[in-house]
Design a protein around this ligand. Structure first.
Ligand code: HEC
Length: 190
């Protein structure tokens, strides 16, 4: 009997209720320690670098082959750029969203509870082991509508390419200014 109670307690403690939130992460307020400030700056720098590279790559691909062609480039380039930026800045980085195009962009565990935040306010967290994490909002711009806008703003060849590569695409129907998703960044302990 005592064994079963202990087993039950362990299951509950380990998140057996299905709560995806990792309890070892704490949300940080606006007052950061100097170490956290440094980690936060690293996260933003990595985000800026990834945004810049992705955008440049996307624009070049659209210019060269049109948006339908650019979809293939985006699919291959996005994870490669995330990996390279992560290595260069010593972080883990990626893009995620509530309404995903690519299910492989699912949020890391610590971000699961926050990607739905409709205010699009940045979230910063700290793990008890010293790691720092940030979720930084990505808003839709006019130039994104051809691939993420309402159905009538997406050209038929783009629709076809999206249907072929992303049969479960949930990332259309957005307007300029909408919260499209987030960059997530994990910075190691100082
Ligand atoms: C040429 C078409 C195209 C354009 C233009 C485009 N995207 Fe995307 N977007 C994609 C594709 C394809 C993916 C899936 C990439 C992958 O497989 O990781 C994607 C994925 C994303 C994701 C990752 C989350 C997810 O749903 O998988 C975000 C965030 C995103 N786009 C935001 C934007 C923003 C913001 C803009 C404008 C600055 C933009 N996109 C412009 C095609 C496009």
């Amino acid at each position: 009997m005592r064994f079963w109670l202990a087993a039950l307690a362990a299951v509950l403690l380990l998140g057996g209720c299905g709560d995806p939130t990792d309890r070892h992460w704490t949300v940080l307020g606006s007052q950061l320690t100097p170490e956290q400030e440094e980690q936060s700056r690293t996260a933003v720098k990595a985000r800026d670098a990834m945004f810049g590279q992705l955008f440049a790559r996307l624009q070049a691909a659209v210019k060269k082959g049109g948006p339908a062609e650019a979809i293939a480039v985006c699919q291959e380039a996005a994870p490669a750029i995330a990996k390279a930026i992560g290595k260069k800045h010593g972080v883990r980085i990626g893009r995620t969203a509530l309404k995903l195009r690519n299910p492989e962009n699912a949020p890391p565990d610590w971000a699961v509870g926050y990607v739905g935040g409709d205010g699009g306010v940045p979230v910063q967290l700290q793990h008890e082991d010293g790691r720092f994490a940030a979720l930084l909002p990505i808003r839709l711009q006019v130039g994104c509508l051809g691939c993420h806008g309402a159905s009538e703003s997406i050209a038929p060849p783009v629709k076809a390419a999206l249907a072929e590569r992303y049969p479960d695409d949930k990332a259309t129907g957005f307007k300029a200014g909408d919260l499209r998703g987030w960059f997530w960044v994990e910075v190691p302990a100082p």
